[in-house]
Design a protein around this ligand. Structure first.
Ligand code: PRP
Ligand code: URA
Length: 217
């Protein structure tokens, strides 16, 4: 399943257009805040797909028959750009457990890169509803490495992958790698191309640098 949220117009597309905009994205605080707001919207949309159960809630005037979430998800993200996006999801799934993974592109002299995964801090993922978010799904290398790291901690009952922007190549790589897991992939928009350096076009640029400043390769 692949859901592209930006296909139907909502305020989500306003936030997405701001983080793509070469002028507006120079305001780092706004860039991070927009990622957070989009994380909130994704959390809301994903919540509609999660299992709910009946609950009687005592109010000052009587009893309300409600439906509440059966379990809180496990929210995972990839450093660095994932941090504000993750925070948005955590604002809504406020009792969720959390997992953090580091993955980055390590370039060699020929401008080729490999994904380096050095840090996986997670509770057991067995039987959990795992939601892993990263704003950018380009080649898919980072998300594939991160999910593999998290699967070493157990077998989730559902895996949701959430990105603000995705490429078809990245989506196909994820689906192929985890064909047994029936991933649910949520994205804001699917852009057509990747550059020679594996940046999404038109994309938005380097999400981590825009949120937190340039890093050394
Ligand atoms: C970005 C982004 C993803 C990755 C996507 O991180 O946040 O993790 O690139 O690319 P991929 O699908 O080809 O793996 P980056 O490596 O730039 O690190 P940063 O967030 O620390 O800047
Ligand atoms: N990482 C980013 O931040 N942007 C891209 O376009 C690709 C990978």
């Amino acid at each position: 399943m692949v859901r592209e949220l930006g296909k139907s117009n909502s305020v989500f597309n306003q936030f997405l257009s701001e983080i793509r905009d070469v002028k507006i994205q120079q305001d780092r605080l706004r860039f991070r805040r927009n990622l957070e707001r989009m994380g909130e919207i994704f959390a809301y949309e994903i919540s509609k797909e999660l299992p709910f159960e009946k609950k009687e809630v005592v109010t000052p005037l009587g009893t309300a028959h409600m439906e509440v979430m059966q379990q809180q998800p496990l929210l995972a993200t990839i450093l660095r750009a994932g941090i504000p996006f993750h925070q948005g999801m955590l604002n809504f799934f406020d009792h969720a457990d959390n997992a953090f993974v580091s993955a980055y592109r390590k370039y060699d002299d020929d401008e080729e890169f490999v994904i380096k995964l050095e840090y996986v801090s997670s509770p057991c993922t067995d039987t959990r509803i795992l939601i892993i978010s990263d704003p950018m799904l380009a080649t898919g290398g980072s998300l594939v490495a991160a999910i593999k790291g998290l699967l070493e901690k157990g077998m989730p009952k559902e895996i949701h992958v959430v990105s603000v922007l995705a490429s078809n190549e990245g989506i196909e790589f994820l689906k192929k790698t985890f064909s047994k897991h029936q991933l649910k992939i949520w994205t804001g928009a699917i852009d057509d191309e990747l550059t020679a350096k594996a940046y999404i076009v038109p994309g938005l640029g380097d999400a981590g640098d825009l949120a937190y400043g340039k890093k050394e390769d």
